[in-house]
Design a protein around this ligand. Structure first.
Ligand SMILES: Nc1nc2c(ncn2[C@@H]2O[C@H](COP(=O)(O)OP(=O)(O)OP(=O)(O)O)[C@@H](O)[C@H]2O)c(=O)[nH]1
Length: 274
């Protein structure tokens, strides 16, 4: 039997922690259990407690003070420290057999797009701790409803997808902040976009880059990075439920549940009268 793990990834402030908390709240409301694993050494307190917290091993604040490093260097140091102490993670996770763990990751996407820190942790979770993992990659809806920003966001999501080699779910967060009618129309187009059409649209505004736009659009299209699920953590719990059903699907959650032993009636009756 395996554990299920969901990585919440995406740039800083995109809503990863809020998403983790919303998923946990939703799961609790339908009688399921899950835990948050905080992998951000610079995290602030949230309304839900972290079951496992990297800051119990190392915190960015301490590293910056003691090693005289800036925030980015400090973060890389924290993760190198974690990689050298993976037995700490094994021990913390050890008690959570057959559980659903949600990994709240830092917003510095270099950690999963440029340097092999997160890929190493992912491999460890899969091979040593028997996790069925999936990555959720969040991008902010108000940011992405501009075509050029869509491509830059899609490329960063794709970079994480290629590096992590995990089932990958793209999410457009904070859709409640897309309010005016024009932007909402745009949003519809970006939830299930055709990158080739989007690149053609840009052509009339910026012909200088049309060849490059088309090449990028082809690349995004080839990798199947074309679907985004909408997320509104402020009001719309249906959006959270839909995302959870996608996660369950790709992590084969229901298959990972231990089949219930058939009730042996004779045995039960005997036990009653012992
Ligand atoms: N309106 C609205 N605000 C949201 C939503 N999700 C998150 N926010 C807000 O966005 C801000 C950042 O959210 P966080 O969950 O801390 O984002 P994060 O990605 O974990 O941030 P880092 O850990 O710094 O990378 C907070 O003020 C949240 O309240 C949403 O669906 N709608």
């Amino acid at each position: 039997m395996s554990r299920v793990g969901v990585l919440a990834l995406g740039p800083a402030g995109v809503g990863k922690s809020t998403f983790c908390n919303s998923i946990i709240a939703h799961m609790q409301s339908i009688g399921r259990r899950a835990h948050i694993v905080n992998l951000d050494p610079a995290a602030e307190a949230t309304e839900f407690e972290f079951t496992i917290d990297i800051r119990d091993l190392i915190s960015l604040q301490d590293v910056m003070e003691e090693m005289d490093l800036g925030p980015n260097g400090g973060l890389v140091y924290c993760f190198e420290f974690l990689l050298n102490n993976l037995d700490w993670l094994d021990e913390e996770i050890g008690d959570y057999n057959d559980e659903y763990l949600i990994f709240d990751c830092p917003g510095q996407i270099e950690l999963y797009t440029h340097i092999p820190v997160l890929p190493t942790i992912v491999k460890h979770l899969q091979t040593s701790l028997n996790f069925n993992l999936c990555a959720t990659y969040l991008l902010e809806a108000p940011f992405i409803i501009d075509t050029s920003k869509f491509f830059s966001g899609a490329l960063s999501a794709m970079s994480a997808m290629i590096l992590l080699e995990l089932p990958h779910i793209n999410i457009l967060s904070k859709i409640d902040l897309v309010k005016d009618e024009f932007s909402r129309k745009q949003l519809k187009k970006f939830l299930n976009p055709d990158p080739l059409l989007l690149s053609n649209e840009d052509e009339e505004y910026n012909p200088k880059f049309s060849k490059l736009n088309k090449l990028i659009a082809n690349l995004v299209d080839d990798f199947g990075m074309v679907q985004f699920l909408p997320l509104d953590c402020s009001k719309d719990s249906d959006s959270v439920a839909t995302i959870l059903s996608y996660i369950d699907d790709v992590t084969q959650w229901s298959e990972s549940q231990e089949p219930k032993e058939p009730v042996d009636e004779e045995f039960d009756v005997d036990a009653e009268y012992e």
